[in-house]
Write a protein that binds this ligand. Structure first.
Ligand SMILES: Nc1ncnc2c1ncn2[C@@H]1O[C@H](COP(=O)(O)OP(=O)(O)OP(=O)(O)O)[C@@H](O)[C@H]1O
Ligand code: SF4
Ligand SMILES: [Mg+2]
Length: 1020
């Protein structure tokens, strides 16, 4: 009957068709197999394939099941295995007339929804939610909030009624509850606008699909009966992860006798998408005659794996207790491995995998490396690549991570706003071969012009168009050609659709498409595919708000293309799969490494969501338990899912420490729960750093090859064998490609050879050893420059040496305005004038520039905050016994022959004649007192005071004025401590003068504007 002999329970489940059935069983017990076999049996017994509906949780799982079934009944049978979404989508199209929906209703692209949200933030009428400078995260959490209400089939008006009712009828609500309700009230407004926008523009999203289908089936009896009549039998896999809306849908289409669901409550891992475990109880409520069949033999894993994972899951309360015994014998012990830190962890895992593969025990595709967070997988991916083991980092696709897209985006950004895109200009110039010295000269002139004419933009375009003759550069004709192309595109965009302009840009104006077409290899085909996706995304964006203006459509282009394509699915290729635990659901592999099993990584730290469905509104059976406990139970289920993917070898790995943390991290609480130190089914080992550190003879083959070719390049070059040197260089580049990408699929030889020989003048300079330094020998230093270098030498180079302009940020506006008000108030006070809030507010309004804010709502909110900052300042002034003697005082210092300058916000004098230095801080971040003593800015201010007033101040520090912090934090000034900081400053200056811009410690790139052109980010 089947390719595999079914056991008793499985056969019973396959044969049972006389009523609703729930197969409730543990992992690896053959639930998915049983569903597939049941479909086959139904068809063989006479049910028409198209009258069988099998539902699974992902496209990939659906494809696999379909394949499994077709193997037995043939590929042209007409059987369709669907996901809930594709089933509903088809239904909506079939019944579009009944729904009053256009038959061509489109799925709203994720990036479209984000851009629409950001563009329209002022129109939602948000009253309580704080609008950040980058509203992207806010829109993201609001869309996620809306999705949760969809999962419970709650409409905006139901939500608003609930909020209004509670706020008006419950006078004693706690402040935090009022806050939450007010946030929900704002969410309702967003929710309503979003639904309306989609309706008006003929869009739906994934949640709508389920909701619309549910409402149609609920409200229209004729349609319901028609749909019910279509199917003789309905089967649902992974039922534990369906949400309320999906369960309701099943209830509407399955009449009761013709339904089989399979579930494992211990594997419910999508609570954040509304799966609440209670669906199993709810199913029982819907169908009184629900039959339950357990499956108790695990065919996947060895018994040690089954037993250790069972020991873990037993810690969860209120679960269905299930018996599960392995069919596969004892097998190896479960390995628990502790490594000194996370780098050693990745190395150890990669070395172990290498051993398993080279000894011929396993193929790469027999192995999974699983982490809770996607980002934790990166280091394993890198470590495997560097050992030349084929690996796939599942689901990390980001359009902007591809060089070809970055190049295209640079042009797009310049064409959408040539006045404010210094970074994109820099990228284009670099691509076309303009040298850093020439780039520096263009940027310097642009800066001069922008200051002279007080330009709104960065001055680059003006410098190129109107002051080209004044720029003293060597590659004038090249720069002129680039400028000509940009100007041509600016003309073109005026009377063409954005997507047409982009097509023109990619195909005609630049060689982006052309160069790929000529190459015609795997890499170029992939690049063409990427460029096509880019054009499609622009097409999607041009539909936002029905607008067809290039600049509007492109406003968020960078951000939108950076959206992570989540939940990617793994390929069939023979590669090790590095993926998240969520992505491993339903799958199995011979060896599984569950990594980063450390506190805060697995279980992941509990983060409160911005919006949650109030328990009073939640549909279905709810468990009354506090959120933190529910979170921990779900994390335990995730660990259980991860462990139960393993067939023969299970490794649970954790580092003792994460770099950047001084202290050790605790092993995961889940490891304690399986008693990893004393469990006879577990072998525990601790690795030492020396066993994995690459010493001279522990180098990977890749590193050995790289060394060899580096040596060859150098020997050939020295001997004048230019051709041989070139060939060796190409091999070296290929080895680097293997190191970064794991293979040569994307290696582009033509691109590598597209070099830009130095122009004669530069060669002359070289011959005479006259190449000018990039760093100005008379450079004036400041505290912020030194800090910038310490934070990231490369950022310093881009900003302070090459002067590549970045967009103005609205938080600078907050800082400047508040500083200016404090300055003027203090000055008036020092002159004996009277000051008050009214005057301060007027001063604020006079210096106000609203144009830098992302929305009117944000501007209003920031303005309100600044008023609070000023009020706080007045309160402090009242209490302050010291006298302010100077504000915004300019100072100049000389350290080791280098000049330093800056403004000191405020110097006070105590009644005893001592000095106190205060620096205003408007942001939310504070500096601990210990760090203040090491602070470059504070040390320079102290030196400056000593130089001008004859002695060091007694105290120095920050005045935090942001409404979230509000504190005066001063430290006592100690001469030796100031000198220690000055010592560090001197070292930094020396490195700068030596033009050492190499990134040594991992910088914080989150707020950096230079990510798009950064050689460290892109080459790492
Ligand atoms: N009766 C059987 N004889 C032999 N192998 C079986 C039998 N039943 C299931 N298997 C095998 O056991 C493995 C697990 O089966 P399956 O994926 O269907 O389990 P599952 O219960 O759906 O697991 P999960 O809960 O992880 O989704 C598969 O490799 C499957 O082929
Ligand atoms: S992106 Fe990161 S590495 Fe690059 S310049 Fe910015 S901070 Fe430095
Ligand atoms: Mg399964």
């Amino acid at each position: 009957m089947t390719s595999k002999g079914l056991n008793k329970g499985q056969s019973k489940a396959v044969d049972y068709t006389s009523g609703p059935l729930l197969i409730l069983a543990g992992p690896g017990s053959g639930k998915t197999l049983t569903i597939a076999e049941k479909v086959v049996k139904l068809i063989k017994d006479g049910t028409a394939p198209e009258r069988t509906l099998a539902l699974t949780f992902s496209e990939k799982a659906a494809g696999e099941m379909q394949e499994r079934i077709e193997k037995q009944i043939g590929t042209d049978s007409g059987i369709t295995v669907s996901t809930f979404h594709s089933f509903c989508n088809d239904l909506i199209r079939d019944f579009s007339l009944h729904l009053g929906i256009n038959h061509n209703v489109k799925l709203i692209p994720k990036e479209h929804a984000y851009v629409w949200g950001m563009n329209n933030i002022d129109s939602f009428g948000l009253e309580y939610i704080e609008i950040p400078t980058h509203p992207y995260d806010l829109i993201s959490s609001m869309l996620e909030g809306v999705s949760q209400f969809h999962d419970h089939l709650i409409t905006p008006s139901e939500l608003q009624d609930h909020v209004t009712h509670r706020l008006t009828n419950e006078p004693d609500l706690h402040e935090s509850v009022i806050d939450r309700l007010q946030m929900l009230s704002d969410l309702t407004k967003f929710y309503e606008h979003y639904q309306q926008y989609k309706k008006d523009n003929n869009f739906i999203d994934f949640d709508d699909m389920i909701n619309i289908a549910c409402n149609l089936l609920k409200d229209n009896e004729i349609v319901r009966n028609q749909v019910r009549d279509r199917y003789d039998y309905i089967l649902v896999d992974e039922f534990q992860d369906t949400n309320y809306a999906q369960l309701f849908l099943i209830h509407l289409i399955a009449d009761g006798d013709n339904l089989t669901c399979v579930a494992d409550d211990d594997q419910c891992i999508y609570r954040f998408r509304g799966a609440y475990l209670s669906n199993i109880t709810q199913l029982q409520d819907y169908y009184n005659s629900l039959e339950k069949i357990p499956l108790e033999i695990n065919y996947r894993s060895t018994s040690q794996i089954v037993e250790v994972s069972q020991q873990l899951i037993r810690n969860n309360p209120e679960r269905q207790v299930k018996d599960l015994v392995s069919h596969n014998g004892d097998g190896d012990k479960v390995m628990v491995v502790k490594t000194p830190d996370e780098i050693n962890e990745a190395d150890w895992v990669a070395d172990e995998i290498k051993k398993l593969v080279t000894e011929g025990k396993l193929e790469p595709n027999d192995i999974y490396v699983l982490t809770r967070k996607r980002a934790d997988g990166q280091k394993f991916n890198d470590a495997l690549k560097s050992r030349m083991i084929p690996v796939e980092y599942v689901g990390s696709l980001q359009l902007t991570s591809y060089p070809i897209i970055q190049e295209a985006l640079a042009y797009i950004c310049v064409v959408s706003d040539p006045f404010n895109n210094g970074i994109s200009f820099a990228k284009i110039f670099a691509r076309e071969g303009v040298t850093e010295h020439n780039l520096q000269k263009i940027n310097l002139l642009a800066r001069k012009l922008s200051r002279k004419y007080k330009l709104a933009g960065d001055g680059i375009y003006l410098a190129l168009c109107d002051h080209f003759d004044e720029i003293d550069i060597t590659q004038k004709s090249l720069v002129n050609t680039i400028l000509g192309r940009v100007q041509h595109l600016l003309d073109f965009k005026k009377n063409h659709l954005p997507s047409d302009t982009v097509k023109y840009l990619l195909m005609e104006d630049t060689d982006l498409y052309r160069s790929q077409m000529q190459d015609d290899d795997t890499n170029s085909r992939k690049n063409i595919h990427l460029l096509n996706s880019l054009v499609k995304m622009v097409k999607d964006l041009e539909l936002v708000d029905g607008g067809s203006n290039f600049d509007t459509a492109m406003e968020y282009v960078d951000l939108v293309f950076g959206i992570d394509v989540a939940d990617g699915e793994s390929s069939e290729e023979n590669t090790v799969k590095v993926m998240t635990i969520h992505q491993s659901k339903g799958k199995e592999a011979k060896a599984v490494f569950v990594c980063d099993m450390a506190a805060r990584h697995l279980p992941l730290q509990h983060m409160k969501k911005t919006f949650t469905v109030p328990s009073q509104l939640a549909k279905g059976v709810q468990r009354d338990e506090i959120e933190g406990i529910l979170h921990m139970e779900e994390e335990r289920r995730l660990a259980y899912v991860a462990m139960t993917r393993a067939r023969e070898h299970l490794y649970l790995v954790f580092p003792d420490k994460y770099s950047g943390n001084k202290r050790s991290v605790k092993p995961s609480a889940f490891l304690d729960q399986i008693e990893y130190l004393s469990n006879p089914q577990i072998e525990y080992i601790e690795t030492t750093a020396s066993t994995v550190t690459a010493g001279p003879d522990l180098k990977s083959p890749l590193e050995v090859k790289k060394d060899e070719f580096q040596r060859l390049v150098s020997i050939y070059s020295r001997q004048g064998q230019v051709k041989e040197a070139m060939e060796a260089l190409v091999v070296l580049a290929q080895l680097r490609e293997v190191e970064t990408h794991g293979n040569l699929a994307t290696f582009d030889l033509k691109n590598l050879l597209r070099v830009n020989p130095k122009e004669p003048k530069e060669l002359e300079d070289l011959i005479d050893n006259r190449v000018p330094p990039l760093v100005d020998l008379d450079m004036r230093f400041s505290a912020s420059k030194i800090k910038e270098y310490i934070d990231c030498p490369l950022r310093f180079k881009y900003n302070s040496i090459l002067n590549i302009p970045t967009p103005q940020m609205s938080f600078f506006q907050v800082g400047t305005s508040v500083h200016s008000v404090y300055e003027q108030m203090s000055k008036l006070k020092m002159q004996g004038e009277s000051i008050d809030m009214k005057l301060a507010n007027k001063t604020l309004d006079d210096s106000w520039d609203g144009s830098v804010f992302s929305s009117d709502t944000q501007e209003k909110q920031e303005h309100g905050k600044m008023k609070e900052m000023i009020e706080f300042w007045f309160e402090l002034e009242k209490e302050c016994k010291d006298e302010t003697i100077s504000v915004e005082e300019w100072f100049e210092l000389e350290i080791d022959g280098h000049s330093f300058g800056g403004f000191i916000d405020r110097i006070d004098q105590t009644p005893d004649g001592e000095y106190v230095v205060i620096d205003y801080k408007t942001g939310k971040t504070t500096t601990p007192k210990k760090k203040l003593k090491e602070d470059v800015q504070i040390a320079l201010y102290c030196l400056a005071v000593k130089e001008k007033y004859g002695k060091l101040p007694v105290q120095a520090g920050h005045l935090y004025v942001n409404p979230n912090v509000q504190e005066l934090r001063l430290v006592d000034v100690v001469e030796e401590e100031v000198e220690a900081v000055v010592g560090r400053i001197k070292e930094t200056v020396n490195s700068i003068m030596d033009e050492d811009f190499e990134v040594k410690d991992k910088p914080n790139c989150y707020w950096c504007n230079y990510g798009g052109i950064c050689s460290w980010v892109n080459g790492k």
